[in-house]
Design a protein around this ligand. Structure first.
Ligand SMILES: [Zn+2]
Length: 88
């Protein structure tokens, strides 16, 4: 299934193979999965994941959520709320 990378469907720039950190919030618990193979647009930042990759991600996160797998590490994540906008 490896063929030439398609241009970004958002901005048309040439997308690149990258490893990304995938973040998912599951019932208030944040899960991070590192080294996820993805295609990323260097111009607008749009990320594309293959359906296979998404399947694996869901599996990893579900195992983690069920405590069936020890995380590589646990990090503290600072949380900020987007400031209440001053209405124009
Ligand atoms: Zn783009």
């Amino acid at each position: 299934m490896r063929k030439g990378l398609a241009p970004c469907s958002v901005c048309g720039a040439q997308i690149q193979e990258r490893k990304i950190t995938y973040t998912q919030d599951l019932e208030g618990q944040l899960y991070l999965v590192t080294d996820v193979p993805a295609q990323v647009c260097p111009q607008c930042g749009e990320q594309y994941l293959s359906p296979d990759t998404v399947d694996v991600l869901q599996e990893v996160i579900e195992r983690g959520a069920a405590s069936a797998q020890e995380p590589e590490k646990t990090v503290q994540v600072p949380v900020f709320a987007f400031p209440r906008a001053t209405r124009p």
